[in-house]
Design a protein. Sequence first.
Length: 392
Amino acid sequence: MSSKKLLIVDDEIGFARFVEGVAEDLEFDISLTCDPTEFGALYSNNIDIIVLDLFMPDTDGIELLRFLSDNNSTASVVLMSGKDVGVLHSAQELATEHGITVLGTLQKPFRAHELKNVLLQYTPSSPAPVGSTDNNEMPSLNEFRQAIKQEELFMCYQPQIAIASREVVGVEALVRWKHPTKGIIPPNYFIPLAEKNELIADVTYYSVRTAIRQQGLWRKKGKNLRVSINMSPKVLDDLDMPEKMSICSTEMGADIAKIMIEVTETVIMSDVARYMDILARMRMKGFGLSIDDFGTGYSSLQQLVRVPFTELKIDQAFIRKLTTDKECHTITRISILLAHELGMSVVAEGIETESEWNVLTELGCDEGQGFWMGKPMPAEEVETWIASWSSG
C-alpha cells in the first residue's frame, strides 16, 4: 500500500520543518514549501492532506482554499494560524462551504501531540458502495406524487431527553419515504422536491395528522409524550390553521399542551403580520412554539421578541463542534442563557457523543436529542426504547 501524501505550506521554514518531523513519525510521504506561489506547481490530485498556514505573503491561505475548490480537490486540510483566531474559524467555515474536509484548526504555537491528534483523524474518502443511490438514481417527481397517493410516506420519532434527569420527555416527528425499489429516500431530497412542486401541503397534512394521532394513542396508554412537528414555511400561511389543528387534536384525543410546532426563524420574514397572526393564535390555542435551527438565520433576536416562542432549538451545526470550537461553545452557552432569560426551554439537537452531552449538562441545557441517545424510530419501537433507556 502506498503511503499517504501530505503537503505543507508555511512561509516559516522552522515551523514547516516541525510539522514535517511530526508527519514523518506517522509515515507520511511529505512535500514542503515555504513559498505559497509554488503551491500550484506542487499540488496534485493524489495529495491526501494539506497543512496550510493562513497568513502568508503574496498568496494567503484563503486564496489557496479557493484554488482547491476550483480544482475539485479531495484533499483534507489542516489550517494553522499564529494570528487572528476569528480568521482561523472563518477559514474553517469557508472550507466547509467549498466542500473541503477540515481535519482541524491549530493556533500557533502548538505542540507535536496536538498536530498528531489532528493528522490521525484522516480517513481516505471511499467510493460510493455498489447499489447506493445517488442523485441520478433518485425517484422522479411523478414517483413522489405516487408515493403520496400510495401511502409510501411514514413517520419516525426521535427521543428528546431532559438532560438533568435523563427522563424521556418527548419526541420529534420526522417524515420518511420508503420507495418500493430504491429503499429509503433522504428527506433532504424529497422535502425540497415537495416544496418546489406544491406538494408540501400534502406532506405536511399527512405528517401533522399522523403525529397528532400518535400523541393521542400514547396519551391513552398513559405515556403523555410531547410531540414536536416541523411546519414548512410553504404551508404556514393559512389563517385558519390554528383552528384546524385544534379541532384535529380534539378529534385524535391528543393533549394540545403536548404538541410543539417547530418553525425556522426565517419563516416569519416574508409576511411578518400574517405569520405573527397565525403563530400567536397557535400559542393561544395551547400549542407550544419552537424556534428551530436557532442561530442560522438573519433576525434571530427580533424573531424571539415578535413571536411567543416557548422553546428554542440550538442547531446541530453548533452542537457537533461544541467540544472543539470555542466560538460554537460560546454561541451555545449564550443561546441557553438568552432563552432562559426569556422564559424558554432549550433543546440541543444533533448530540452524537457523550462529551457533547456532558458539556450541555454543564451549560444548563434543558433537553437534548441526537444519535448518541436514540435515532429516529417507528412509533411501535418508541416504548421499548424508552424502557431500555430508563433502565440503562
